[in-house]
Design a protein around this ligand. Structure first.
Ligand SMILES: *[C@@H]1O[C@H](CO)[C@@H](O)[C@H](O)[C@H]1NC(C)=O
Length: 563
C-alpha cells in the first residue's frame, strides 16, 4: 500500500504541469513542429522516402523552367527546352533531400513530371509515370547509387497519364490507373519498352463529373482524377473515384463487384479528399481471409470546383469520413466526422497503426488559388479505438500547406512536411507564397518523457532480407528486463508512400504475427521471433520500414526487404 501511494504521488504532481507520458505509454503530449530547412530547392509537389539512402526525393514540374536551385556545373549543359528559339532551363526540378542534414543533391530531369505518379521497385528504385505534355506518356527510372540520375522513356505508356495513380502489384510490377482524358489503365512495360494500347475502364468515364451549362457547353469538374487505389490482401484492387468504388481483379482484368456509393460529396481531384488502406493485422497462422478496411475522408461538394473557378466562391470542405471493410460480403460504408473539414490533406500511417491527417485547407478545392483557410491542425485517427473516440487534434502548425504539399513518414517516426504552391510558377510576394520550407512533425509518441520505452533494433544482428511466410528474428536492446508477447508489443512493416496531391500511393502498414520472444539472448537484448507476411498480395515485394512498437512508442526503423 505504502509503495503504491509513493508511486502515484509523483505522477499526480507532474500531470499538473503538462501531462507527460508514463510507463504505460499514455501521454497528453500533442506533438511538436520543427523547421528543418528554409529551402528545399524545389517545392515538394511529389515526395517519397527512398530506401537505404534515407533521402527524400522531392520534385515538382519542369513547366515553369524555374526553381530555387540552379543546376550545378556537373549537371551542365542546361536542358534545352526549345532548340529553335534557343530557350533553355538551367534549374533543378528534382532533388534528394538528406533527412539528417537537410542537404540537397541536384538531379536533372527533362520530361515534365507535373502531377505525375510513382512507386518503388523490389530493389527500392523509383519508377515514375506520367506528367504533362511531353511527360504524359513517360516512364522514368531513378536508382539510388551515388552518381545516378533520371532515365526517361517518353513513349513507354499508351495513354497520357496526367493525375493518374500508380500501384504496386503482388509480383512487384505496376499498374497505372486513370488520368485526365484517360479512362483506362495499363501495366508499366519493362524498362525501355512501350505499350501499344491501354485498356478502357468504363468506371472512370462514368465517375467523371461535368456541369451542363447549356448550348453544348460543359464545365469540366472531373472529381475522379488521382483515383484512390489500394491493393487488397486477396490480390484485388480497390479503386475509388468521385463517390464510387469497385473491386478489380488485375489478373484477369475484371471488375469483381461494385461497392456501395459513399454519399456526402466528391473525394477525388480536384475535390481532393484523402484515403488510406488501414493497417493490416496478420497472425502467425493467418485465416484464409485477411481483413482490410479502407478509410476515405474529406474532399469537397461535387460542384465546389465550379464555384471556386468561375465565381471565386469557396465552399466549405467536407468534414466526414467513410470506412468500409473490403473483404465483407455486404461491405457498407460507416460514417465518422472529423474534428475539422479538410480538402487536399494527406493521410500518413504512423508506425503504431494510427493515421495522421495533416495539411490541406478548410474551404475550396485543388487548383491555382482555389482554397482558403489552411487547416493547420493535424488530427490523429486511432483506427483501433471505438467509433466516436478515434479522433484527436494535435499541435497546430504555422505554415499553410495547401495545394501541392506533401508529407512523408521518416524512419525515426517523425513526419516530414514540405511543399505547398498554389501558383502557376514560383511566387513569393503573395498571400500564400510558393513554399520551400521543410518541417518535421513529431507525433505524441515522441513525447520526451516516453523515451525510456523506445526499443532499439540491433540492426547488425537482425535479418535484413525476409521471405514470404517464413519466420525471422528482430533483436532489440531494451530497458525492460523482459518483453512479453502481448498487446504491448507490435512489429510493423511500412511501405514508403509516394505522396502528391493528397494521395499516398502504395502506402500500407502490416502488423506482423508474433511467434515468440526470447528474453536476454545477451544481457539486455531480447529476440523477437515474427512471421513474415504470407504473400505478395498482402505485402508486395520491396523495401519496408520495420518498427518495433512498445506500449505505443515506436523504435527507430530499420529497412528490410521482402521478396
Ligand atoms: C455521387 O456522385 C454523383 C456525381 O457527382 C452524384 O450525381 C450523385 O448524386 C452522388 N451520389 C450520392 C449518393 O451522393
Amino acid at each position: 500500500m505504502f509503495i503504491k501511494v509513493l508511486y502515484i504521488l509523483p505522477l499526480l504532481l507532474v500531470s499538473a504541469v503538462g501531462a507527460p507520458g508514463n510507463e504505460n505509454g499514455e501521454t497528453g503530449y500533442k506533438g511538436k513542429w520543427e523547421l528543418v530547412s528554409q529551402n528545399s530547392g524545389v517545392s515538394a509537389m511529389h515526395a517519397i522516402l527512398l530506401p537505404k539512402v534515407n533521402k527524400v526525393l522531392m520534385y515538382d514540374a519542369t513547366i515553369w523552367r524555374i526553381s530555387k536551385f540552379p543546376l550545378p556545373p556537373q549537371k551542365m549543359p542546361c536542358h534545352m527546352v526549345d532548340p529553335v528559339n534557343k530557350i533553355q532551363d538551367c534549374w533543378c526540378h528534382s532533388v534528394l533531400f538528406d533527412i539528417e542534414t537537410s542537404e540537397l543533391k541536384a538531379l536533372k530531369i527533362e520530361t515534365d513530371t507535373w502531377c505525375s505518379s510513382g512507386g518503388l521497385t523490389v530493389d527500392g528504385n523509383l519508377v515514375s509515370t506520367g506528367g504533362y505534355r511531353g511527360g504524359a506518356n513517360t516512364a522514368r527510372y531513378l536508382s539510388t547509387c551515388d552518381n545516378c540520375d533520371w532515365k526517361e522513356y517518353p513513349t513507354a505508356l499508351a495513354d497520357p497519364r496526367w493525375y493518374a495513380t500508380q500501384v504496386t502489384l503482388p509480383d512487384g510490377g505496376f499498374i497505372v490507373v486513370g488520368g485526365r482524358d484517360a479512362f483506362s489503365y495499363e501495366y508499366i512495360p519493362l524498362e525501355g519498352q512501350s505499350n501499344k494500347k491501354a485498356v478502357f475502364l468504363p468506371f472512370l468515364r462514368d465517375t467523371s463529373d461535368n456541369i451542363n451549362l447549356g448550348k453544348q457547353n460543359f464545365f469540366r469538374l472531373e472529381n475522379n482524377l488521382y483515383p484512390f487505389v489500394h491493393l487488397a490482401p486477396d490480390g484485388n484492387l480497390f479503386i475509388f473515384a468521385n463517390n464510387r468504388s469497385i473491386l478489380f481483379n488485375p489478373v484477369d482484368n475484371k471488375v469483381v463487384r461494385e461497392l456501395p456509393v459513399l454519399p456526402g460529396g466528391s473525394r477525388n481531384y480536384p475535390a481532393s479528399g484523402m484515403s488510406v488502406l488501414l493497417p493490416i493485422k496478420l497472425y502467425v497462422e493467418n485465416a484464409k481471409q485477411i481483413s482490410a478496411d479502407v478509410l476515405v475522408c474529406g474532399g469537397a461538394q461535387w460542384d465546389a470546383f465550379y464555384f471556386a473557378e468561375t465565381k471565386k466562391q469557396l465552399l466549405p470542405a467536407l468534414k466526414d469520413c467513410g470506412r468500409i471493410s473490403l473483404m465483407k460480403k455486404n461491405a457498407a460504408w460507416k460514417k465518422e466526422v472529423m474534428p475539422s473539414a479538410r480538402v487536399m490533406g494527406d493521410m500518413t500511417i504512423l508506425p503504431t497503426g494510427d493515421v495522421l491527417m495533416i495539411n490541406g485547407a478548410k474551404t475550396g478545392t485543388s487548383a491555382w488559388g482555389d482554397a482558403e483557410q489552411p487547416n493547420l491542425v493535424p488530427v490523429l485517427y486511432k483506427s483501433k479505438e471505438k467509433k466516436g473516440t478515434r479522433f484527436q487534434e494535435l499541435a497546430a502548425g504555422t505554415i499553410p500547406r495547401m495545394y501541392h504539399s506533401s508529407s512523408v513518414l521518416l524512419p525515426d517516426g517523425k513526419v516530414l512536411v514540405a511543399g505547398s504552391n498554389t501558383h502557376d510558377g514560383y511566387k513569393y510576394d503573395v498571400k500564400y507564397p510558393t513554399e520551400l520550407r521543410v518541417e518535421k512533425f513529431s507525433p505524441p509518441y515522441l513525447d520526451p518523457s516516453l523515451a525510456t520505452l523506445r526499443q532499439e533494433i540491433m540492426v547488425e544482428t537482425t535479418d535484413k532480407i525476409i521471405n514470404y511466410g517464413k519466420r525471422f528474428r528482430v533483436n532489440v536492446r531494451s530497458n525492460e528486463l523482459k518483453l512479453r508477447k502481448n498487446n504491448d508489443l507490435k512489429i510493423t512493416m511500412y511501405a514508403p508512400a509516394f505522396t502528391t496531391h493528397g494521395i499516398s500511393m502504395n502506402q500500407r502498414l502490416l502488423m506482423l504475427g508474433l511467434v515468440d520472444v526470447i528474453n536476454n539472448v545477451w544481457p539486455g537484448i531480447h529476440s523477437i521471433v515474427v512471421a513474415a507476411p504470407p504473400s505478395g498480395k498482402v505485402a508486395p515485394p520491396g523495401y519496408y520500414l520495420l518498427h518495433v512498437v512498445y506500449k505505443g512508442v515506436p523504435s527507430v526503423a530499420m529497412w528490410i526487404q521482402i521478396k
